[in-house]
Structure formats: structure tokens, C-alpha cells
Unconditional design. Structure first.
Length: 198
């Protein structure tokens, strides 16, 4: 065997070893807080709420879970990823949380059919939804409540931070779920307050 062939064989063997030793990626989804106690924000139970559009910055709507390591620096978790588009997952979980918080009322996800007859529409611009370098999950959002005709009824800026209950990305995702639960609670409470004030 020539020296060149030996070197080539050794290189291929090293590549094979490195491929075998690469960790398998872990995939996560956000989930609604099914255990949360429903609120009694409404007296009637025939109110229709539309959720969306919900917007996220493109740098957050990535397969990898994002950690903000500095004011202008992000880290991407190569082997800890979202199982689907984060924007869609956030919208779905917010809607499910509202269904829990507003039992008996209808909740639709944007875009909905015109015949759905939406009474209130919730739009949200998610400014930040990531993991801070100290491990906290942070959600910053500007959100608006509109009536069925598109007239703005209220607007809010919200900040939520949840520490993880453990180490690793599983605890991070659970903390992100809790920020979304708090967001849903505030949305339900705001709609209820508007309803009662009419």
C-alpha cells in the first residue's frame, strides 16, 4: 500500500468516525397549558375571538432554538430545534390558551372565513422570544385588540420572563410555554375587561 493510499484511507476512516459521533438533534414543540384553570371573563358564551396575524422576526422563525448571548449577538442551538415553524406554533398555542381561558367561546386562527363573524381580533408583533444567556425565557410583544370591523379597541406592550425549572433545552421550552400562558391570560383578561365596559 502506497503512502498516499494510507493517508487517504486514514482520512476516510476519520470522516466515518466523526459522522458516527455527531449527536442526534432533539426536536421540540410549544404546547398549550391544558392544566390552566379557565377564567370567567365573559358572562355570555357566544363571543368569537380571532387570533392573528402573529408576526415574528425572521431571525427567530428558524429551526434552531435561539439564545441571545449579547445585545447584538445570537447563538443557534444546532442540535436543539423546533419541529415546525415557530410562528405557526406560537399562533396555535396562543389560540389554544385562549380557548382554555375563555371556555364556551369560539376561537379562530387567522385567516378565517368572513362568515366566521369575529367579534374581537387579536394581532401580535412578537419582538423577542428567545433564551437569554442566563437561561431565562423572554417574550416581548406589542399586541392589539380590534373589533369585528377592524377598529382598534386597545393596544399593549408586554414583557414576560420565566426562569427554567432545570437545565437544558427541555426546561427552556417549558419556560417558553409559561410565558405564552401568561400572554394568553393577559389577552383573555383584556378582552373580558373591554366586554364588561360596554
Amino acid at each position: 500500500m502506497t503512502r498516499r493510499l494510507q493517508i487517504t484511507s486514514a482520512y476516510c476512516f476519520l470522516l466515518l468516525l466523526s459522522g458516527c459521533s455527531s449527536p442526534e438533534p432533539h426536536y421540540y414543540v410549544l404546547a398549550d397549558s391544558a392544566a390552566a384553570a379557565p377564567r370567567t371573563a365573559f358572562v355570555e358564551t357566544d363571543v368569537s375571538v380571532g387570533v392573528g396575524p402573529v408576526d415574528l422576526p425572521e431571525y427567530l422563525d428558524l429551526p434552531q432554538i435561539v439564545t441571545r448571548s449579547g445585545r447584538n449577538e445570537l447563538q443557534l442551538a444546532e442540535f436543539d430545534r423546533w419541529a415546525g415553524p415557530l410562528k405557526d406554533n406560537v399562533t396555535q398555542v396562543l389560540a389554544e390558551n385562549l380557548r382554555t381561558q375563555l371556555p364556551g367561546n369560539r376561537v379562530a386562527i387567522y385567516p378565517w372565513k368572513r362568515a366566521a363573524g369575529i367579534d374581537y381580533q387579536v394581532t401580535a408583533n412578537i419582538i423577542r422570544f428567545d433564551r437569554s444567556v442566563d437561561g431565562d425565557s423572554v417574550l416581548d410583544a406589542h399586541w392589539v385588540i380590534l373589533d369585528g370591523e377592524g377598529k382598534q379597541l386597545a393596544a399593549y406592550d408586554a414583557h414576560y420572563a420565566e426562569p427554567p425549572a432545570g437545565s437544558g433545552y427541555r426546561a427552556t421550552v417549558a419556560a417558553m410555554n409559561r410565558t405564552l400562558e401568561r400572554f394568553g391570560n393577559d389577552v383573555a383578561g383584556a378582552i373580558g375587561a373591554i366586554r364588561k365596559g360596554r
